[in-house]
Design a protein around this ligand. Structure first.
Ligand code: IPM
Ligand code: MG
Length: 362
């Protein structure tokens, strides 16, 4: 199989973690006889520096011409003072919207080797943590009108939150379909006690439920959900929620699994082309120190093979290699236990090399 991947290294630790993921992909290609070619794409702060725009049209076009997109992370304090529409994050939002990837899937699963890294009590962890957050990605408050006006001599900032029935329905379907492939439980999360957009959200989810009699639908208010995720995460199978709630809950969900550095995500729309990235940020404080955890990005590359290229064996091969390296006690700083007992601390590049050494054709 020959596939072209648009590669966005981005800012901060982005380039170092992406480098490791590409080394892993190259080795998988070698083992299974595929050809992966890479097209470099500038996005984020580095694109602002180089082109004066966080995502020039030409760069978006390269992504749209690719078979899939692999992204490290964007942003950093250097661009904090840049005005809203030109911020690095705006490049990411434009990329998501431009690719039409409305469904962002963020798994929260604890690796057994890392169960002691969870900040939750062992008895809660032992009940199991394995759920999926399906986050609506190209609507809601992120994409409403943003403006700051002056009223009665003071600044007033307005961010519009809107959802149409069709936007809710298409992400709702992904939620139901995902639950159907897992344990058949879908929890729709909203704030229907306050927001109109949430009341519409809930109504559409219940309309859809009639088409999925095999899936058990429940509703939960977002504040309660934030609490339940730390109180008893074993109750969740699939959570479906709107853009901003999904942003917040997915950070919380990743933390209870031990480290945000381990979690990949896929964003998909109508076709097979997806956007794959770790869910963590650009961590500028540790950039260039070779201590970042590349596993989230490496697992994002595995997701790309599975969901966009339909290569489940190759994806399994990467995931098994990660598991073997964790079994061997190798840990980057973010997942190293306090007493480091039985573990070897490794850097970003060494972690990449260990995973490559453990890739075995299944
Ligand atoms: C994420 C990030 C982004 C988001 C930022 C960088 C715009 O936090 O992917 O979760 O809020 O979606
Ligand atoms: Mg986020």
């Amino acid at each position: 199989m020959t596939r072209n991947i648009a590669v966005i290294r981005g800012d901060g630790i982005g380039p170092e973690i992406v480098e490791q993921a590409l080394r892993v992909l190259d080795r998988v290609a070698e083992l299974y006889g595929h050809t992966f070619t890479y097209t470099d794409v500038d996005m984020g702060g580095n694109a602002i520096d180089k082109w004066g725009d966080p995502l020039p049209q030409e760069m978006l076009d390269k992504c749209l011409a690719s078979d899939s997109v692999l992204l490290g992370a964007v942003g950093g304090p250097k661009w904090n003072e840049v005005p809203g529409p030109m911020r690095p994050e705006k490049g990411l939002l434009r990329l998501r919207a431009g690719m039409g990837v409305y469904s962002n899937n963020r798994p929260a699963k604890i690796w057994p080797q890392l169960s002691s890294a969870s900040p939750l009590k062992q008895e809660i962890v032992d009940k199991g943590i394995d759920f999926l957050i399906v986050r609506e990605l190209i609507g809601g408050i992120y994409f409403g009108k943003h403006e700051t006006v002056t009223e009665d001599g003071e600044a007033v900032a307005i961010d519009e939150l809107r959802y149409s029935e069709s936007e809710i329905r298409r992400i709702g379907r992904i939620g139901f379909e995902s639950a159907r492939k897992r344990r058949g439980k879908l929890c729709s999360v909203e704030k229907s006690n306050v927001l109109d957009s949430s009341r519409l959200w809930k109504k559409v989810m219940h309309q859809l439920a009639a088409e999925y009699p095999d899936v058990e639908l429940s509703d939960m208010l977002v504040d309660n959900c934030a609490m339940q995720i730390v109180k008893d995460p074993s109750q969740f199978d699939v959570i479906v929620t709107e853009n901003m709630f999904g942003d917040i809950l997915s950070d919380e969900a990743s933390m209870i699994t031990g480290s945000i550095g381990m979690i990949p995500s896929s964003s998909l729309g109508a076709g097979s082309r997806g956007l794959y990235e770790p869910i963590h940020g650009s961590a500028p404080d540790i950039a260039g120190l070779d201590i970042a955890n590349p596993i989230g990005t490496i697992l994002a590359a595995a997701m790309m093979l599975r969901y966009s290229f339909d290569l489940p064996q190759e994806a399994d091969c990467i995931e098994s290699a990660v598991s073997a390296v964790l079994d061997g006690g190798f840990r980057t700083a973010d997942i190293l236990p306090k007493d480091a007992a039985g573990c070897t601390k490794v850097g970003c590049k060494a972690m990449g090399s260990l995973i490559i050494e453990n890739l075995r054709k299944g």
